[in-house]
Design a protein around this ligand. Structure first.
Ligand code: DX5
Ligand code: ZN
Length: 216
């Protein structure tokens, strides 16, 4: 399986965002990860549509948006119009998750479901066939630069098994504290996409770090 890398620009230098995106453009990363935070679902606020629209003009990469917001349904159309490819909502933030995923699809995007570190994988059993992506959080969402939580390995394996049982084919993405030490095992267990913020943007050579993170 292909190993997709999704650099999280939350760790980029926002005063030089154009140059940061150009590094990603020149790399083998397939996606760009956009962390959208509202200060309610998570204890942090990040950025919104004006920034996303500028990024969209600057890159051909697929935009992988991770919504850490309450009431994501209110903004789905706007994310579609902003050129998002994968729109991921949190299981914990959606009362009518099935309807939310349908709405994402009807706005022309792929639909993802994210779960927090405390949320068991088996809660996805009735929705996994409707998702294009399952995002396993390997830190508590809100900040980049946190330590990888090691029970994520088991959750990736459980998700892979659930996909098999349900004959479903969502991509498994893992987000938080990803580096060169945990990436190989995550791929082995079934991850198809890895998000990395600090590891890429704090590197002296982000393009090479992305290449290494792919482990291909
Ligand atoms: C955390 C975000 C992550 C974060 C990853 O809430 O969802 O995408 O930016 O950053 P690192 O790789 O530095 O943990
Ligand atoms: Zn994220």
């Amino acid at each position: 399986m292909k190993h997709i890398i999704s650099p999280s620009i939350l760790a980029a230098d926002f005063a030089n965002l154009g140059a940061e995106i150009e590094k990603i453009n020149a790399s083998q990363a397939e996606w760009i990860h956009l962390d959208i935070m509202d200060g309610v679902f998570v204890p942090n606020i990040s950025f919104g549509f004006p920034v996303i629209r500028h990024i969209r003009k600057y890159t051909e990469k697929i935009l992988d948006a991770h919504l850490m917001i309450v009431n994501p349904d209110n903004y789905i159309e706007q994310f579609g119009d902003a050129g998002i490819g994968y729109l991921t909502v949190h299981y914990e933030a959606c009362t009518h998750l099935h309807r939310t995923l349908q709405k994402i699809h009807s706005c022309g995007m792929k639909a993802g479901v994210a779960i927090n570190p405390h949320t068991p994988v088996n809660l996805l059993s009735e929705i996994i066939q409707d998702a294009d992506l399952i995002l396993i959080m390997s830190v508590n969402p809100g900040f980049s630069g946190q330590k990888f939580i090691s029970n994520t390995y088991g959750k990736v394996a459980q998700t892979k098994e659930l996909l098999r049982q349900k004959n479903a084919n969502a991509i498994i993405e893992v987000d938080g504290g990803i580096d060169l030490t945990n990436a190989p095992r995550l791929y082995e267990l079934g991850a198809g996409a890895l998000v990395a913020g600090n590891t890429i943007f704090m590197s002296n050579d982000p393009i090479n770090t992305i290449y290494q993170l792919k482990c291909e």
